[in-house]
Write a protein that binds this ligand. Sequence first.
Ligand SMILES: *Cc1c(COP(=O)(O)O)cnc(C)c1O
Length: 452
Amino acid sequence: MKQKRFILSESELPKQWYNIQADMPNKPLPPIHPATKQPLGVDDLAHIFPRECCVQELDQEHAFIDIPEEVQEKYRYYRSTPLVRAYALEEALGTPAHIYFKNESVNPLGSHKINSALPQCYYAKQEGTTNVTTETGAGQWGAALSYAASVFGLEAAVYQVKISMQQKPYRSSIMRTFGAAVTGSPSMSTRAGKDIITRDPRHPGSLGTAISEAVELATTTPNCKYTLGSVLNHVAIHQSIIGLEAEKQMEMAGEYPDTVIACFGGGSNFGGIAFPFMRHNIKDGKTTEFIAAEPESCPKLTRGEFRYDFGDEAGYTPLLPMFTLGHAFKPANIHAGGLRYHGAGMIVSQLIKDGLMHGVDIPQLETFEAGLLFARTEGIIPAPESSHAIAATIREALKCKETGEEKVILFNLSGHGLIDMTAYEQYLNGDLMNYKISDTDIQNTLQSVPKV
Ligand SMILES: *Cc1c(COP(=O)(O)O)cnc(C)c1O
């Protein structure tokens, strides 16, 4: 069995990120203030986030943005990441499709999150910030941020979703090894946390509760900025490094993708691999299909509504225009912790409305079955999140088997699963199940969306 890898030399590494906002036929709607309903500007956001991130967030003009030299230097520790032709997986499926994956699991932190953690901490440091805070679900973002904070000499405080902390204990050890302070959310350390625990003492935590707590800490602590690992536009800009490299690597392979697939939590790894290729759909008439694979138990892309909703459970954040299940949505305890968020990013939400991409829902058991096949053929144990992308890829490859089409499919392997072995253990023991959510439940949680 063969495996073919494509790597870029140092001089071929991208020196700019791609900002799809500049090229979108319809721009994303602006975030708005919950009370005044006025669109927010850079100054409104800059008391929470590093200012440069706010500038990028609202930049609908510049398609390419320079990567600071210091960030490029840290990228070179692990980039480029390999683009791999998955011959063994193709063979196992008996498909005529050509399957490629971009391997974002090969950095010391094990997921794509580090691509945005580095610039966010770099900009925070440049502005004289001493502390950064954030939330983390499965723990990949918290781990990446803790590392990036230590690289640029910042103190990090991380709120980790309680249920994920119990399911994935090693991730908090990783964060603490890099010097971060880690607290399970909801906690009694913030007003938001206390309110949530008072209402529901057994709340398992969600990205929504953890965001509320981290935002509260950032806005009540001097010299402390909040950072976010997904959902927002500037995160998708930083992650474009994935697709920009993949574009060059596909060229080395002599192919261009017919289909690009990534798993979907808030949209950062999806946007990262997809947007540089989508640019050619918008500008050059290419017809690549873009598929975002979300969990059946958290189906905001396919069954949510396009509304202005809060990004967090307590309602502290600005209102964001997005496909949402309602900010009070409590996802089932699936093992893909990074995909348990109630809403989609603003860019992706607009792109779905405009028909430039679409979502697909994958049941939990199918994702693990796909993960196992991938591990046994390609030798990499994927993160449960990434297994959603693999499952969607397998579906497409099997369609090709029926039609005989030699489609070129590219998917993003967003991370490895070596710290998720409890999940694999449960799957192998037959202890996992699917969680399908009913229309009535969705209608109920949508009641939490404010009327704008
Ligand atoms: C966080 C995470 C995701 C989901 O987040 P996106 O912003 O949607 O990319 C997917 N895979 C891995 C490995 C993650 O850590």
